[in-house]
Ligand binder design. Structure first.
Ligand SMILES: [Zn+2]
Length: 142
């Protein structure tokens, strides 16, 4: 791929319109809705996020390509965070956290975007689903 930053490729520029008024925000690439919309933009087909993931897991080419794009975008999105903060773990919540391949595929991809030669960061699903963010905040300040 051809990049002018690790975050967005020339082909992706300027990115989908975001709710915030800008374009190409991470939210518009790695949320479940963004995944569904990416699939729709590329294929012209309007499937649910769940159905696209299910098709990809069965090996359907267009769905698998969409999931590969998603994993690459996810890896690029967190690579800068790992470069700067070097967290022990990245916890994934929301609907896309149910995609089990995310936890094996993204770490394979992010190595090419992370500056360091060694990456100790783990990527894990949120233990308590959608309430995990609130619980985590409570523990931090508790
Ligand atoms: Zn935005």
């Amino acid at each position: 791929m051809n990049y002018f930053t690790p975050d967005i490729t020339y082909a992706e520029y300027p990115g989908p319109q975001c709710y915030c008024g800008k374009r190409g925000c991470i939210e518009r690439w790695i949320s479940g809705v963004a995944f569904k919309e990416d699939y729709n933009r590329v294929t012209g087909e309007d499937l649910s996020t769940h159905d696209i993931v299910a098709a990809a897991e069965k090996g359907e080419a267009k769905a698998k390509a969409a999931l590969d794009r998603y994993f690459d975008r996810f890896a690029r999105s967190v690579a800068g965070v790992i470069d700067i903060i070097d967290p022990d773990v990245i916890v994934v919540g929301g609907g896309m956290s149910n995609v089990s391949a995310l936890y094996t595929e993204v770490p394979k991809i992010w190595e090419k975007y992370i500056f360091s030669d060694t990456v100790d960061t783990k990527i894990l699903p949120a233990k308590f689903g959608d309430s995990s963010g609130v619980r985590g905040a409570a523990w931090l300040w508790g």
